[in-house]
Design a protein around this ligand. Structure first.
Ligand code: ME8
Length: 593
């Protein structure tokens, strides 16, 4: 029997700033402004979120992970139409000591707790418009089959052996800790208790015979995989963190527990006295979803993008690829990592009582409003702070005032009495800047707007590829501001439809602004699907005209026909997004108390 020293925990991630990759601009600029997405076609893509523990109700951090995956997936579907091209999974992680203990504390059977909390996750995701195609629960029979098969493959390849494990274990974090990562804290009765230095959660000393995975054999293969795939882990600082971890010793990993201690899990095939370690169990969910061990899973693997929080980077970037390589499979294509939400400057925790309930937020700010807030303000490279006033301020200024105001300005009866997409006049706005003439009305800033708008879809696509959805939204928001500036500059309310010279220019100003709105709405679909639908319907854009592949901005400017010109706008359906500071009296009340 082999004796294993305490497994060394790889250091926790330090989140740093990620550098922006430059957008290369549209390839077809000049013959219209369609984006080139050719490289994105053909391949199937499979997006995953972590599967969430069911020991407590979902919070905004869980919703954030699901939203990031949802936006990436929706953007992808708009680029590559066809329902079979993308798959998107989420689910709940229901085994392990953490759940076993939570159920015991609640005085319920583990499966009862799992059923209740898993349903809460499913309901939240449905309410938030998470467009997942699959939801997995690790207590399902199909998952047990997949995990036990995966185990047998590792065993048959000589990668599992029995050994004595001795060291600290943190049930809350479901991980092993080296002595250096353990500290002492006064417990409830004043005596000193060992806790994890990073999470503050209690740890206990474990000494037992387990199955051990030969993780140490994979240090160099993992280094080679990462060096030849510099985009495998995004944002970049996390990639370097993992490479740094791999510079250190990589001890073998204990992958089972004594069943007498951990009964809530999947038994080791052929040895009921041992239960499979919850992380091995959980990670295999990504294969279960796509039908593993049936051969069909190969059409989805390894073109997978895992979206995860920084807290579980080590499990996804070291343990998981090593297990996959061990089982003869390829490591995941991409791992997108995001940092954490804090609340009013503090870590969110049940004990601090500051956990933000996402369902309350969806009620208060609307589904689209809250989706927009989390994705616009959440920056994967560093932790972001949540507080209510921040949400109200952002949504009022960007969705209600800037975007809603722009729509009003182009569709108000007084300015656009015919309720149509007016004609664009190439004499008022010639495609060549700097031309002079009595009917030329466009100014240098207007050309700057057209050029910013023409590059926007490609820029947004690049930001999505680099997992910078917040940057994509920032770019859209900046163009919305620029468009409002354009309307303000030309003050269509001062122009007169009765005067032929004014009318051509007035129509052109409205045409350009409506074209900008159409592009904004198309690009916002992955983030604010309902609001985008409302806006596109108001503009008279049909369901088949909303894809990213066909997103031509201002074709008339480039000498092409515009399918929208002269078209009737859709029916008026009220405010695009209501201001919250007037409608949310609860905030004022909250301040007073
Ligand atoms: O770790 N801010 O599940 P979990 C942002 N079951 N995101 C947060 C967050 C915060 N404050 N807190 C949590 C597990 N998250 C395992 C995963 S996967 C095979 C198994 C998000 O319920 C973030 O995605 O503790 C983080 O990685 C995940 O929830 C952890 O969820």
């Amino acid at each position: 029997m082999l004796r294993i020293s305490v497994l060394r925990l790889l250091g926790r991630t330090g989140a740093g700033r990620v550098s922006l990759l430059e957008s290369s601009g549209p390839r077809h600029y000049g013959s219209g402004s369609q984006c080139a997405y050719d490289d994105a076609r053909d391949t199937r893509t499979y997006f995953t979120t972590p599967i969430f523990y069911v020991n407590a109700a979902p919070h905004i951090g869980h919703l954030y992970s699901a939203l990031l995956a949802d936006a990436l997936c929706r953007h992808r579907r708009l680029r590559v139409p066809g329902t079979t091209a993308t798959r998107f999974s989420t689910g709940t992680d229901e085994h392990g000591l953490k759940i076993q203990q939570a159920a015991a504390t609640a005085g319920v059977a583990p499966i009862e707790l799992c059923d209740r909390v898993s349903a809460q996750f499913q309901q939240l995701f449905q309410e938030a418009g998470i467009s997942s195609t699959d939801f997995i629960r690790t207590t399902e029979a199909r998952h047990r089959v997949a995990v036990q098969h995966f185990w047998r493959v590792l065993k048959s390849r000589g990668l599992l052996y029995k050994g004595l494990y001795e060291g600290w274990y943190c049930a809350s974090d479901e991980c092993f800790l080296p002595e250096a990562k353990v500290t002492r804290q006064p417990g409830p009765s004043g005596d000193s208790c060992p806790v994890s230095l990073e999470s503050g959660h209690p740890v206990s000393w474990t000494k037992e015979e387990n199955y051990i995975f030969r993780l140490s054999q994979f240090r160099e293969p993992l280094q080679r995989w990462l060096r030849s795939n510099p985009q495998a882990i995004t944002p970049e600082p996390f990639y370097h963190t993992v490479l740094q971890w791999l510079e250190e010793e990589l001890p073998d990993l204990s992958v089972s527990r004594r069943s007498s201690h951990l009964h809530w899990g999947i038994p080791v095939p052929g040895d009921d006295s041992q239960t499979i370690y919850v992380w091995l169990d959980a990670l295999v969910n990504y294969l279960t979803i796509i039908g593993y061990p049936n051969v069909e899973f190969k059409s989805w693997w390894p073109t997978v993008s895992h979206i995860i929080g920084k807290d579980i980077l080590k499990f996804h970037a070291i343990y998981w690829p090593a297990l996959l390589l061990g089982a003869g499979l390829s490591p995941p294509h991409r791992i997108y990592v995001h940092s954490h939400w804090t609340v009013c400057g503090q870590k969110m925790s049940k004990s601090l009582g500051n956990v933000v309930d996402p369902r309350t937020c969806l009620d208060r700010y609307t589904v689209d409003g809250f989706r927009y807030f989390l994705l616009r303000q959440g920056v994967p490279s560093w932790d972001c702070d949540y507080y209510d006033e921040k949400v109200v301020k952002l949504l009022d200024s960007e969705l209600a005032d800037a975007l809603g105001g722009l729509l009003n300005r182009c569709t108000a009866k007084r300015i656009n009495p015919s309720g149509t997409y007016p004609a664009f006049c190439t004499t008022c706005f010639p495609s060549e800047p700097g031309l002079v003439g009595p009917s030329v009305r466009a100014q240098a800033e207007d050309y700057a707007l057209v050029s910013a708008m023409a590059t926007l879809p490609k820029q947004v696509a690049d930001y999505y590829d680099n997992f910078q959805i917040y940057k994509a939204l920032e770019a859209v928001s900046s163009c919305v501001r620029q468009t409002n500036g354009f309307v303000q500059r030309h003050a269509p309310w001062k122009l007169n439809w009765e005067s032929p010279a004014d009318a051509r220019w007035l129509g052109t100003v409205l045409h350009v602004a409506l074209e900008c709105l159409r592009v904004f709405a198309t690009l916002l679909q992955p983030v604010t699907p309902n609001l985008a639908d409302k806006l596109l319907s108001r503009l008279g854009v049909s369901a088949t005209e909303r894809g990213l592949g066909e997103l031509y901005f201002l074709p008339r400017f480039y000498g092409h026909p515009c399918p929208f010109e002269g078209r009737r706008l859709g029916p008026e359906t009220g405010l695009l997004f209501p201001r919250l500071d007037q409608s949310r009296a609860w905030l004022v009340k909250a301040h007073r108390t």
